[in-house]
Design a protein around this ligand. Structure first.
Ligand SMILES: [Zn+2]
Ligand SMILES: [Zn+2]
Length: 467
């Protein structure tokens, strides 16, 4: 008998973590992600695992995003020492992600302890350290796409391209129990079929159980061409207004896509004379990893017009500045108009984008352009939902900048694509919906029934499924 237990990204989009167990191979975690939004990361890091990390034999990591990988160092800190299976590109992205998160975490702890010191309280000790990050990275065991790997003499692991971000994988695991072959497929995060740079999510046809994400289970995105036009229009309008454009963007994927889009506009002669800043040390590092792995990306998008074959966005090289140091970042503040600033964090929960908001969100000539999903409880979501004032650095700011959203650039499959992907299974698997807010999953479940008579289940946190 095999079981899957759902610990995170259950009726919510972050904190992906599921446990698969069988006497055939032991105990394997699918992802070990961080909950984001709402609570601070440090509280999340302090919270206990609902299982003993010692009992886990291996982790299979779908991709490098922190909501899938962020708690790996804590898992190691608490005794996990098995392999972490992931694709080679994920293994390259992981140090960038985990070290960046560590930096933010250490700063949070330092501030917390300064506050405690002033109050006369005991300091808190960190839940993990740099040594744990380094140990976790050493445990990474890369597996190429489409290459089955045998673990513990009982579990065959295959990773397929999920088309979501560089290195992202659909995880397929197969094992034998009492002469019966069982197969579980975990979608990880599925990409959109028409995303630039990423290939299409791999079609999988066989499984007994499927764990499918449903981030956009309740809606479709606008088409990419529409979004591209929308981007051109928003930028041109901001240019004519004499404003600046602030784009909160995830360091992995969206930032590189944006460079690609801007380069495409440039080659089409549709980009005004902007100064473009990639104002995120992390996104800059990730861009280097992307440039190393161009062979994994969609060949059609790597056309000579926007890329010289070695570098994403090479057509805007003369307008583009990578700002690494805080001083370089602060120097952007002196620019009055004509700057496109791409900065993290993607949901505005921290990072340099908050400093740019402080400088510019109260000025109606500027534009804040959202190009990614904004989870409940985040500053980004509040702004998208029409907040007239926001609090930053203990100060109140009025939101006067134009707030725009271009939805078609999502790295996630829209509703129809999810339904199509699920409909490809010919083996009538048990379909489990994860990684989506409850409403989105409800809608997706209804649609799966209407379109393919798939009876999908939506688990709750801590639920166990037997198969
Ligand atoms: Zn993701
Ligand atoms: Zn995710």
């Amino acid at each position: 008998m095999a079981t899957v237990k759902f610990f995170g990204a259950v009726q919510e989009v972050t904190g992906s973590c599921h446990m698969l167990q069988s006497s055939a191979f032991g105990c394997v975690l699918l992802d070990c992600g961080l909950h984001q939004g709402g609570d601070r990361d440090k509280d999340e890091m302090a919270s206990r695992f609902p299982f003993s990390p010692h009992q886990v034999d291996a982790v299979i990591l779908s991709h490098a995003h922190l909501d899938h990988s962020g708690r790996l160092p804590k898992l190691v800190h608490e005794g996990f020492d098995g392999p972490i299976f992931c694709t080679p590109a994920t293994a390259d992205l992981l140090p960038v992600m985990l070290l960046d998160a560590l930096g933010l975490y250490e700063r949070d702890i330092e501030w917390e302890n300064r506050r405690r010191l002033r109050r006369g309280d005991q300091p808190v000790s960190p839940s993990y350290t740099r040594a744990d990050v380094e140990a976790a990275l050493k445990l990474c065991h890369p597996i190429d796409y489409d290459s089955p790997f045998d673990f513990n003499d009982g579990l065959q692991i295959t990773l397929f391209d999920a088309g979501h971000i560089l290195g992202s994988a659909i995880v397929s695991v197969q094992f034998n129990e009492k002469g019966k072959t069982k197969k579980l497929v975990f979608s990880g995060d599925l990409g959109k079929s028409d995303t630039v740079l990423m290939r299409d999510p791999t079609v999988v046809k066989e499984a007994n159980v499927v764990l499918m994400e449903g981030t956009y289970g309740d809606r479709d995105h606008r088409s990419l061409d529409d979004s591209f036009e929308q981007l051109e229009h928003i930028l041109h309008e901001a240019w004519q207004r004499g404003g600046n454009v602030l784009i909160p963007a995830f360091a992995v994927g969206r930032s590189q896509e944006l460079l690609h889009y801007l380069a495409r506009l440039e080659t089409q002669g549709k980009l005004d004379n902007w100064h473009i800043f990639l104002d995120s040390p992390m996104a800059i590092e990730v861009t280097k990893v992307f440039n190393k792995w161009l062979s994994l990306l969609e060949p059609e998008d790597l056309d000579a017009s926007a890329n010289d074959g070695h570098e994403i966005g090479s057509a805007i090289r003369h307008k583009l500045k990578f700002t690494v140091t805080p001083e370089e970042s602060m120097a952007i503040n002196t620019i009055r108009k004509g700057a496109i600033i791409i900065a993290g964090s993607g949901m505005c929960t921290g990072g340099r984008i908050q400093h740019h908001f402080k400088q510019r969100i109260w000025d109606n000539r500027n534009t804040v352009l959202f190009v990614g999903f904004q989870a409940k409880g985040t500053l980004g979501r509040a702004i998208v939902d029409g907040a007239t004032h926001i609090r930053l650095f203990k100060e109140q700011f009025i939101v006067k900048a134009q707030i725009e959203t271009v939805g078609g650039f999502s790295a996630h499959a829209g509703q129809s694509e999810l339904i199509d992907w699920a409909g490809n299974f010919t083996s009538h698997p048990q379909m489990i919906l994860v990684h989506g807010e409850a409403d989105a999953l409800d809608t997706l479940s209804e649609q799966l029934w209407d379109k393919h008579q798939i009876d999908a289940e939506i688990p709750f946190r801590g639920q166990t499924l037997t198969f």
